[in-house]
Design a protein around this ligand. Sequence first.
Ligand SMILES: *Cc1c(COP(=O)(O)O)cnc(C)c1O
Length: 424
Amino acid sequence: MTSQELFRRSIQVSPGGVHSPVRSFRSVGGTPIFFKSASGAYLYDVEGQEYIDFCLSFGPLILGHRDNEIQEVVQDTIGLAWSFGTTEPYSVELAEFIVAEIPWIDKIRFVSSGTEAVMSALRVARAATGRDKVLKFDGCYHGHVDSLLVKSGSGLAGEASSDSAGIGKSFSKNTLVLPLDNENDVQTLFEKHGHEIACLIIEPIPANYGLLIQRKEFIEKIVQIAKQNNSLVIFDEVISGFRVGMKGMSEEFSIKPDLVTYGKIIGGGFPVGAYAGKSEYMDMVAPSGTVYQAGTLSANPIGMRAGLATLKKLKRDGVHQALKTKTESFLNRFVSILNEKSDVEWDASFYSSLFWLHQNSSEPIRRIDKIPANHKENFAKLFHSLLKEGIYLAPSGYEVGFLSTAHTDDILEKTLTKVKKAIS
Ligand SMILES: *Cc1c(COP(=O)(O)O)cnc(C)c1O
């Protein structure tokens, strides 16, 4: 069976042939590759081809595919139960670990995706403040929550327009949207609407529209403005949580958000999300409080135990510092190899083990309107020449790349050799 054949079949039975849009290769052109197995830093497609994976399931696999220790835990758990729908010890252990690790979290509730985590956190923020409006930033992705699938409207500052069909006006009406990197806009908006804003939500390191690294002063200022207006601050750390360090971007910025959302890494590659925060907010959630939120497969034992084993290993092995150093030197060399031959002048933004390739820009790219023109087309060309050599990046110029502990020095050297070949 070839990828071509599978795609033809898949198109018949699923919209666009996929179960999440980016997987379709629409952004880079061509037919998506169908993979049948994975191990460490490698993906294997249905035709037996091997690829070095820098997409890593869009972030969860910080230890690479099927890390031995995690695999043991998963196999052990499968022999115990697949799902309980009751209370069990595994979620207690993961919750205790996270609460102990992150000093400003008192309580945590597990759900099954990042989207669910964000949706629930917004509900808590609205209940806690008795306010309806939410402020988000253009270029930040928070899952496919109705009220957050919005972009800036063309009219008044802060006005939102829906970014997907099928979202009633009543959903986007209560969402305000501002560009990143401009604290004055936030100040002005809060002067006008502060008393209506339940919360500000932000990816403290926006990593879903390229990697838009924010100034610390911007983040500090907007948090201060929100607090002055008694609006809650939600840090969406679904991608950054346990990726940039054990305590996430909140620690990098020395900020204690009121609520935080997690996903990706905390499930060790299984579908797990979570929202967390101080007791005063989390105790508003049912059955302690009146904010309803539930889930049939919530705290699935395999996800709980794979997640805990992953977090413990990250901590025990002090993984983050090593990954950061490795990413920095790898990306610097990657870019200089690209620039030996390419007609585009490439650059990379990177932070911890997250990276984003883009054309060189005269100033740091902190908001979406600063992304160089032709980025999409240039990335598509680069993507396909790397793919041909067996390097798998996420199939969109707006997705970030990741390194894992499975990306050994040898594998990274091998990658750079392939990059050289790809551009020649
Ligand atoms: C991936 C992501 C989400 C959505 O998580 P899903 O598990 O895909 O629903 C939300 N917020 C951020 C910052 C993300 O990176």
